[in-house]
Ligand binder design. Structure first.
Ligand code: ADP
Ligand code: MG
Length: 608
């Protein structure tokens, strides 16, 4: 009996597999069980067209048997079996597509993490076995054959005895080494866990010690109408998607250009690690009921990264590497469909189940706003209808559609005010004019809010406008100017003097058009607002950007008279008042005061 060499490529793959350190050795069992299931499928499909052949479900199963004394693990199936030729062709050389993928991966990686993403099928048996023996009898054949290999140095094929049609793969499990223990692959509890993890939804029974371990029909293949919310929630918990109760499940079953089933969940609360670097988005990916990837990131856009769940497709190959997967057309199609579904389901949640939507939004709204902002606003159209902001008028979260629908005809802009909390924004002097006009103001309390609307620019053709911005587009604001040109000129001299005292701390001092009862506030000119300046200067790289601030004085406030008389009679006093008012404006904005000690001393000067 002559020993045959593996084909060169197969040999290289084998060597690589045996000599590398794998993170997921356990997947060998998934591969062998998948092969067994494929072999039973083949009989099943044959029976569909072959009248001689009856497919009696009870006769088809997969059996896993561990023998500790002999250190063997056997995977037995009642599938279609292999002839001598099949053994030669199928196990002597790896599949073409597989070898191609291997070459591709092997060029760029150090072999460290390959198995996890790269189904190498049958050969993975050598990760845990010194000797692999395959005894097989093909359907319609009288004789059986035994294929055997100890790894890279080749294989033998000899005739042997086997009563029934099917295949037995016998692994001689490796002895333990100093670094690695292989004993676990002979322990039934461990085998059961591995089967459950990867092969739970194989269509044929997988028996271990007489017991069927797998669930057979996966929930995603079942009819939606037969399933209750509890069923989906149970699945969510069993799969360890989260400890919470999801606010919504989405069950998809697509036929057509790409066939797939999917169950998706919108979680009800934020996972503890969600806003950290450690969080990994992704969906479980199955190929025809077999888990091929735990977190397939390519299936979800970042802004929907909170979605949990799985996708199963018959159109994806088990033997696919992560690199190839990224370029897989089918996968891209699935990802696009899923994205659209999530969006439409969130919109209907917003429309029909407001309370649940708000629960969701409180947990993940930031992620959506971040999505608007990132990628140069590429996704804003997908996201702007999903945004909610707190409304000054409604005293609750409102959508942009709702805001725009309520706008009085003469209102030009969508107004917003930024600050630390709703309570603080409510007290901002800058909101006075807009609020007086009876216009609704959106409160921005998230760092990302203002940046997100800068990207949005408008909603339903209505521009966003900060209440602190120079131009509010409100008619009434002109009235202050019109009072009398004489006083205006007088005031200009006072403001110029104040501006000189403040130097480059502000770009101007002027009579406010927006203040009603408050004496003073800051507004900004240009794109950058004060809130944005705060956020940017808190960033690690700390870009030195400053908003162009304008000190606005309420000329109808009693304080203005004091300023005037100081300007006319006491320059020292004007300096004191200007500095006090400027610092007050900073405090209102939540900005730091350069010299707090000086400020408190100035206050005391006014008192005594
Ligand atoms: P793949 O399953 O992707 O084709 P594998 O390396 O897992 O690649 O298997 C190679 C081939 O060996 C299979 O395509 C199949 O033809 C054959 N084979 C493997 N295991 C079995 C089995 N249990 N019964 C019948 N054929 C098998
Ligand atoms: Mg296979």
């Amino acid at each position: 009996m002559a020993k045959k060499e593996f084909q060169a490529e197969s040999k290289r793959l084998l060597e690589m597999m045996i000599n590398s350190i794998y993170t997921q050795r356990e997947i060998f069992l998934r591969e062998l069980i998948s092969n067994a299931s494929d072999a039973i499928d083949k009989i099943y499909y044959k029976a569909l067209t072959d009248e001689q052949l009856v497919f009696d479900k009870d006769n088809y199963y997969i059996e896993v048997v561990a023998d500790k004394d002999n250190r063997t693990l056997t995977i037995r199936d009642t599938g279609i079996g292999m002839t001598q030729e099949d053994l030669e062709n199928n196990l002597g050389v790896i599949a073409k597509s597989g070898s191609l993928a291997f070459k591709k991966d092997n060029a760029s990686q150090d072999g460290h993490d390959i198995i996890g993403q790269f189904g190498v099928g049958f050969y993975s048996a050598f990760m845990v076995a010194d000797v692999v023996t395959v005894i097989s009898k093909a359907l319609g054949s009288d004789s059986a054959f035994k294929w055997e290999s100890t790894g890279a140095d080749g294989y033998t094929i000899v005739p042997c005895e086997k009563d029934t049609v099917g295949t037995e793969v016998i692994l001689k499990i490796k002895p333990n080494t100093e670094d690695d223990s292989y004993d676990e692959y002979l322990e039934s509890y461990r085998l059961k866990t591995i089967i459950k993890k990867y092969s739970d939804f194989i269509r044929y029974p997988i028996k271990l010690e007489e017991e069927t371990v797998n669930s057979l029909i996966p929930i995603w293949r079942k009819n939606k109408n037969e399933l209750t919310t509890e069923d989906y929630e149970k699945f969510y918990t069993e799969k360890h998607y989260g400890f919470d109760t999801p606010v919504k499940h989405i069950h998809l079953s697509a036929e057509g250009a790409v066939r797939y089933q999917s169950i998706l969940f919108i979680p009800g609360s934020v996972p503890f690690d969600f806003y950290t670097k450690e969080f990994e988005k992704g969906l479980e990916l199955y190929s025809n009921g077999v888990l091929i990837m735990n977190k397939c990131a390519d299936l979800l856009p970042d802004y929907f990264g909170f979605v949990k769940g799985m996708v199963d497709s018959e159109d994806l190959s088990l033997n696919i590497s992560r690199e190839l997967l990224q370029h897989d057309r089918q996968l891209k199609l699935i990802a696009k469909n899923i994205k659209n579904k999530i969006k439409s389901q969130l919109l209907s949640l917003l429309k029909d189940e407001r309370e649940k939507y708000e629960q969701f939004y409180n947990a993940f709204g930031r992620q959506l706003k971040y999505g608007v902002y990132s990628d140069y606003g590429m996704n804003k159209d997908d996201l702007q209808d999903l945004l909610l902001f707190y409304s000054s008028k409604e005293k609750k979260l409102v959508s942009l559609d709702e805001y725009v629908a309520r706008m009085p005809e003469e209102q030009k802009y969508i107004y917003y005010a930024s600050g630390e909390s709703n309570e603080r924004i409510e007290k901002l002097p800058q909101t006075e004019l807009v609020a007086d006009k009876g216009y609704e103001i959106l409160y921005f309390t998230d760092d990302i809010d203002e940046f997100a609307v800068k990207v949005l620019m408008n909603h339903k053709e209505k521009e966003f406008r900060s209440v602190s911005s120079g131009d509010l587009g409100i008619e009434a604001e002109e009235s202050a100017d019109e009072k009398s040109s004489e006083t205006a000129v007088e005031n200009d001299a006072l403001f110029a003097a104040m501006k000189e005292l403040l130097a480059d701390k502000v770009s101007g001092v002027k009579a406010s058009k927006r203040l009603r009862s408050h004496p003073v506030c800051l507004s900004t000119e240009g794109e950058l607002t004060i809130e944005m300046e705060k956020i940017l200067s808190a960033m690690p790289n700390n870009p030195d950007v400053k908003a162009e601030k304008v000190l606005e004085i309420n000329v109808n406030h009693a304080v203005f008279q004091s300023l005037k008389s100081a300007y006319e009679n006491d320059k020292e006093k004007l300096n004191l008042y200007t500095s006090l008012l400027y610092n007050q404006a900073l405090l209102i904005e939540g900005l730091p005061i350069q010299d707090p000690v000086q400020f408190t001393n100035d206050m005391c000067k006014v008192m005594v």
